[in-house]
Design a protein around this ligand. Structure first.
Ligand code: SIN
Ligand code: FE2
Length: 221
């Protein structure tokens, strides 16, 4: 992780690792922010995925999503033929989702605070696993009760291009390459902005293998 800590010294970007990039009012990238404490984060991720394996959920329209998903925390995001919702139990096992690992909760709260959202206490963490070729189309996160709470996502493994737009689907989007350890936070005026992930390119990450994993923290209930 040594070389990776030193990002490109582009104009206007503080090259001191980790560094921040403001991408819209209310939206910020905290570059390499999750590298410190990564071992604990990955161990917790493995434990969650063992207890609640990744699966491809079905959209309300009946199509299987290409991205593998699981959850931890009091509430998990689920999709099926009835729609999208947050549920306390894993529909595959009937058991509660694995508890939010302390390392996850700490990182989410600390990243939110660094982005200007103090007091963020996530009760839901959606974990996405993107094999090369898979993507997440442009969408809004709007199933959460309190829209004053931000969204925090942590990128792990293969890089991916994150699209960040505006409040309307047709708004112009900006592209941001997210790499292992990057954290994105959006809230306030950007809370309902459309966003998505372009198809992940082929690759083999030294730690996570041929996939990108994202942890998306929300206060859902
Ligand atoms: C999401 O928007 O739900 C996830 C974004 C990501 O994978 O970075
Ligand atoms: Fe989202």
């Amino acid at each position: 992780m040594t070389l990776d800590l030193f990002g490109p010294p582009e104009a206007g970007i503080d090259p001191t690792p980790p560094w921040r990039e403001d991408i819209a009012p209310g939206a910020v990238l905290l570059r390499r922010h999750a590298l410190a404490g990564m071992d604990e984060l990955l161990a917790a991720l493995a434990a969650v995925a063992a207890a609640a394996p990744f699966r491809c959920m079905v959209t309300p329209g009946g199509l299987a999503m290409s991205v593998g998903m699981t959850n931890c925390g009091a509430l998990g995001w689920v999709s099926d033929c009835h729609g999208y919702r947050y549920a306390p139990c894993d529909p595959d096992s009937g058991r509660p989702w694995p508890a939010m690992p302390p390392a996850f909760a700490r990182l989410a709260a600390e990243a939110a605070a660094a982005a200007g959202f103090a007091g963020f206490a996530a009760d839901a963490c959606l974990i996405n696993s993107y094999a090369p070729g898979t993507r997440l189309s442009l969408h809004q996160d709007k199933n959460e009760r309190d829209l004053r709470q931000p969204i925090v996502t942590v990128s792990l493994g293969l890089p991916a291009t994150f699209l960040f737009g505006g409040p309307r689907r047709e708004d112009r989007t900006t592209r941001h390459l997210l790499t292992h350890g990057d954290v994105a936070v959006w809230g306030g005026p950007a809370r309902l902005h459309f966003h998505g992930v372009l198809p992940v390119r082929e690759g083999d990450h030294p730690v996570l293998g041929p996939r990108r994993v994202s942890l998306t923290f929300r206060k859902a209930g």
